[in-house]
Design a protein around this ligand. Structure first.
Ligand code: ARG
Length: 718
């Protein structure tokens, strides 16, 4: 018996040794552990061709796009490819009712036609460096409660030092919950212009209905261009700037992909939580996720009512709608899949195994019990944190009221600092210019009423601010609903925050007295003051323990499974994931193909639903089968395909590369059956949804007529 058990254990250790082909967002500097396997799967490049700090390599073509997305350089003139949903706000900003780029699409025929985007940036990684020793030394002996502040301090010091007297920007990030620290040096470009976007009927085809789902049929792409000064250096916008000459750009391959082909994806994944414990998962599934969904439901329902009334309102509100809807659906999916894939049970079983292993190791033995205790105390307050974000600040008028806190502080300072007041006013004015464009009074009044009712009914009464009692007394109706409707009505009648005009009037001559008695401002202040004073200390206490134990837990897991290659959680740093094009079986008896075609776009067409409109010209091209050199071997136009690469939000717009490092697709989404993927990677179900590069080129050439852009690219035909 004993012998068998031992044998089993060795076998387990051996399997740990093999890095998994699909799971893992690897740091490109540390690929050596994976390289051999990548070669076996079909990679034809050397490690230096993937990442090198002395010579041009693929990493020089991968660009962090405006913080939340990834893009890649696809010509020697700094042409950038990213997702349509990453360019959406920029496209919307350039859209007017008479020149609606969102609806009609946009294709610059020359550099002169490209559109400037204020505030947009694009950064390229120059190098990364392990700074763990230095950070650990600075943190040695620091008291637990000061650790976070001290960590930020040493990060700042390193960042300052390493970018001093250079043109670069530096950032230090924590890995494996403070078990390793890396420094990243970037070149940041701030003149990034809009070059092309398909009509949103094509770029967002399927809309919210298809979002997070396979099979998919949209062309989620847009193009931008990096501009630099005449010395090819980053510069703020100037008409004298010229297209950036990159160290490296991607070749574009129209050879197409087949099931099983090697693919790798470079990009800037935002956040995963793969080392989460069972307590965290239970809290998410039972409480937090359902609360987020229910609260977002309110916003989406009332916004939608107004958006349905006219196309111009829909245009103004569609970006915020898409943003809230995106993670509303995400949390529905995540909860469903966490349950279906029994992730909680899986985590419990790992923790049992861990507890056995840690039994006689004093430094680790208390980790799981400490998690349990911390969560038991936190559970009562966790919902309140979610409600601050999604309920109190989920009301646009309350969220915007909160921004006046800085002005209040400046106005009440003694002696008064005119400069500080002016600065606060200017910040509010520029914020306001954008805010009121999509602010819809009719829906916001209903949203405020419904949200506050939710707060009243779901947050324990002993956590409410005293202000709540005043509301109840003053606006008392026959039902809770009526009470909070009365309340919202009063706010919208009296607050200067309800319109751009009245907010402007206030800011032209702001008085502390008027601000403090504004009902929206008073409301906002009552809730966040209560939260900061009475709830935050509990949350901080939880975070302190959870972070410390979480950090130890990963360290211990690495010891327990010392032969396994651990991949760090996503944290908006450059990563590489590799695997294959891969079909899948979503449920018994159903087999999903690895690709879709334009025929499927036609199947989904519905002229009555704006999410499923097919432009006349695209239909014509489809009927004539006018696909140029972009058709597949059967003469069909492929639209999207799937791979088993490991990506998450932030990877939007990432290049999908073949074994030669050539661009074959553009990553843009994940699939429904693996919505729990940020917490566990499930090899059976987890897929990345990509636009086939041939569809992008076909649309650019045939729908947009932008041969000029095609001509810039280096196209690999066979
Ligand atoms: N789910 C995708 C992502 O998070 C697409 C989001 C935008 N599309 C939308 N229909 N809201 O990257």
């Amino acid at each position: 018996m004993k012998k068998i058990a031992l044998l089993l254990l060795t076998f387990q250790l051996l399997t740990f040794n093999l890095a998994k082909a699909d799971e893992g967002m690897w740091l490109p500097m540390l690929l050596k552990n994976n390289y051999e396997q990548m070669q076996k799967l079909g990679l034809k490049l050397t490690p230096e061709q993937l990442y090198d700090i002395n010579h041009a390599s693929l990493k020089d073509a991968i660009v962090w796009f405006n913080g939340g997305c990834t893009s890649e350089i696809i010509s020697e003139q700094g042409l950038l490819l990213t997702n349509h949903h990453c360019g959406y706000d920029a496209i919307a900003k350039h859209s007017t009712t008479s020149d609606n780029l969102l609806d009609n699409g946009f294709w610059a025929r020359s550099f002169a036609e490209e559109k400037v985007n204020e505030g947009m940036w694009a950064s390229i990684l120059i190098r990364m460096e392990d700074v763990s020793d230095r950070v650990n030394k600075a943190l040695a002996g620091v008291d637990a409660k000061d650790l976070e502040a001290k960590k930020m301090e040493i990060f700042k010091t390193i960042e300052k030092e390493s970018s001093k007297d250079t043109k670069y920007e530096a950032m230090v990030r924590s890995f494996f919950k403070d078990n390793a620290f890396y420094l990243f040096i970037f070149e940041k470009f701030t003149d990034v212009r809009l070059v092309a976007a398909p009509p949103q009927s094509v770029g967002k085809f399927g809309g919210e209905v298809d979002n997070w789902m396979w099979p998919r049929h949209n062309a989620d792409f847009s193009m931008f261009r990096i501009y630099a000064n005449k010395d090819n250096q980053p510069a703020t916008y100037s008409k004298d700037n010229v297209p950036y000459k990159p160290k490296q750009f991607l070749n574009v391959s129209i050879k197409g992909v087949n099931d099983g082909d090697f693919t790798m994806i470079y990009g800037f994944p935002g956040r995963t939580n793969r080392y989460e414990n069972s307590f965290g998962i239970k809290l998410a599934v039972d409480k937090i996720n359902p609360a987020i969904v229910a609260l977002r439901d309110i916003r989406l329902t009332y916004w939608k009512q107004e958006m349905n009334k006219s196309d111009s309102v829909r245009l103004l509100m569609s970006s915020q709608y898409a943003k809230i809807s995106n993670y509303w659906k995400y949390y529905i999916g995540q909860t469903e899949q966490l349950k279906r894939l029994k992730v909680y049970d899986e985590k419990v079983s790992i923790e049992k195994q861990f507890t056995d292993w840690a039994k006689n190791k004093p430094e680790y033995a208390s980790i799981i019990p400490n998690f349990e205790k911390a969560y038991a105390n936190y559970t009562n307050y966790a919902l309140h944190a979610t409600y601050m974000r999604e309920c109190i600040f989920g009301s646009s008028i309350i969220a915007t009221a909160t921004k006046y806190t800085g002005l209040e502080r400046a106005l009440s300072a003694e002696p008064q600092n005119i400069e500080a007041i002016k600065k606060a006013i200017d910040a509010l004015k520029s914020d306001k210019a954008v805010f009121y464009k999509s602010f819809n009074v009719v829906s916001e009044e209903k949203i405020l009423a419904a949200l506050i009712q939710m707060y009243y009914e779901n947050i324990p009464a002993n956590q409410h601010p005293a202000y709540m009692a005043e509301v109840l007394k003053k606006y008392k109706g026959k039902t809770n609903k009526e009470t909070f409707e009365n309340f919202a009505k009063a706010i919208f009648k009296k607050s200067f925050l309800v319109s751009n005009a009245s907010a402007s009037k206030f800011l032209d001559d702001p008085s502390l007295k008027q601000l403090e008695k504004d009902p929206a401002f008073a409301f906002a202040r009552a809730f966040y003051t209560n939260y900061n004073k009475n709830i935050m200390p509990h949350i901080d206490e939880f975070n302190l323990i959870n972070n410390m134990e979480g950090s130890k837990y990963i360290k211990a897991l690495m010891e327990m499974q010392s032969n396994k290659s651990f991949s760090p959680d996503a944290n908006s740093t450059l990563r590489l994931t590799y695997g294959n094009v891969k079909s899948y079986i979503p449920k018994d008896g159903v087999n999903y193909s690895y690709y879709t075609t334009l025929a499927g776009v036609m199947e989904k067409e519905n002229p009555k639903d704006f999410q499923f409109i097919v432009p006349a010209k695209l239909k014509e091209l489809y009927i004539k089968k006018d696909f140029g050199i972009y058709a597949d071997a059967n003469g069909e136009m492929r639209t999207d395909f799937i791979t088993n690469n490991d990506i998450t939000g932030g990877n939007s717009g990432s290049p999908v590369l073949d074994g030669n490092g050539d661009l074959v697709g553009l990553a843009f989404d994940g699939n429904w059956e693996a919505m729990s993927g940020d917490i566990v990677f499930d090899s059976k179900y987890k897929r990345t949804i990509c636009v086939d590069i041939r569809y992008i080129l076909f649309l650019t050439e045939k729908l947009g007529g932008a041969q000029n852009l095609i001509n810039e690219m280096k196209i690999i035909k066979n």
